[in-house]
Design a protein around this ligand. Structure first.
Ligand code: GAL
Length: 347
């Protein structure tokens, strides 16, 4: 009889030591969210990360749960990013958020995460559907690239119709160049295609003079624009840039060549970064398309928080294939003065 009692006590002690039962019922006191970005100097991604950090602080205040956020820079190397994920898994991060370097190469990350049962939220650089569908704890937060292309095309078409002086050679055709982001990035391919098609659909005939790849980067865009200007000069009536930084790089090139602003082509971008919006307000750009970094950051935080605590994602408005996509907002020159970013509900 006595022996049995001791056995029960020992068994209970062992269970407590091994962390079974009682431990899982304990409320979560702190969580660890690990993030790896493809390039910490990318303007849009950097601004999204700073929104994420400030929302995490707010969420911590609201919930009393310590939220540790660590952001790693993959510096444009997929193998570096894979190593970062490996060490985040070893260090026990509850959830990992990945801004893929190479959006076609998420396999190593997915395999490691699945093996160790660590959910992954991909963001901004969209992986293909088949990869996202490979495990039920993979998510994507971003936006619909085509929407931004359509809005950029509308801004260009509206400007052509409203401002006669943009048709410099008076041939009724909008002669354009494109400054493209990275080769193979969903936002480069899709924005370019949809913006041009939209201008045409709006009844404005177009002629493509040239294009250049400038990797979302202002300095690269300035160099590329100088070259294109040398080649086509005043024939360029429209600069369609896949993002604001490249639109601003094109403007830097025009300024460096001392071209008076009245002779500039129309320049249009996407993102609505602080500097981008300022250029629209100043009349240097004809418009931009707001890429809702606050909405994306807040959605990613809510999802990461939920996955790290009770894991019940039923309260999260997930769309098809575990995705969350925030809408873009068109900001024309007229709207820019009144425009304030939508911000994130609850923060
Ligand atoms: C796009 C954004 C670009 C750049 C890129 C990086 O959505 O418009 O400015 O940040 O993502 O992946």
């Amino acid at each position: 009889m006595k022996k049995k009692k001791w056995l029960v006590i020992i068994m209970a002690g062992l269970l407590m030591l091994s962390g079974c039962g009682s431990v899982t019922d304990q409320p979560v006191k702190s969580i660890k969210i690990g993030i790896s970005v493809y390039d910490q100097y990318d303007t849009f991604v950097a601004q999204m990360m700073s929104a994420f950090n400030s929302y995490a602080t707010k969420k911590q205040e609201l919930t009393g749960i310590t939220i540790n956020v660590e952001i790693y820079n993959a510096s444009g190397s997929q193998s570096t990013q894979n190593e970062q994920v490996e060490s985040m898994i070893k260090e026990g991060y509850n959830v990992i958020c990945i801004n893929l370097v190479d959006r076609t190469d998420p396999t190593t990350i997915i395999d490691m995460a699945e093996k160790n049962n660590v959910p992954v939220i991909f963001f901004n650089r969209e992986l293909v559907e088949e990869d996202l569908g490979r495990w039920d704890k993979l998510y994507y937060v971003g936006a619909e690239a085509f929407e931004s292309g359509i809005m950029e095309g509308e801004l260009a078409a509206e400007a052509f119709e409203e401002r006669e002086q943009l048709d410099k050679n008076k041939d009724g055709i909008f002669q354009y160049i494109v400054l493209e982001g990275e080769v193979g990035h969903q936002d480069s391919i899709v924005r370019t295609e949809y913006s041009v098609n939209t201008i045409i659909q709006k009844g404005v005939p177009v002629e493509k003079l040239g294009y250049a790849i400038a990797n979302w980067n202002r300095a690269q865009a300035q160099t590329k624009m100088s070259q294109l200007w040398e080649e086509y000069g005043d024939k360029i009536e429209l600069v369609l840039a896949n993002n604001d930084d490249m639109a601003l790089g094109a403007i830097d090139a025009l300024k460096a060549q001392n071209i008076p602003q009245k002779d500039w082509p129309a320049v249009v971008g996407i993102d609505g970064t602080d500097v981008g919006l300022e250029a629209v307000r100043d009349g240097e750009m004809i418009g931009t398309v707001y890429n809702d970094k606050e909405g994306q950051a807040a959605s990613m935080l809510e999802l990461a928080y939920t996955l790290s605590t009770d894991g019940d994602v039923s309260s999260i408005a997930l769309m098809e294939n575990n995705t969350i996509r925030l809408p873009y907002i068109k900001v024309s020159a007229k709207e820019a003065k009144e425009f304030t970013p939508p911000g994130a509900a609850g923060y």
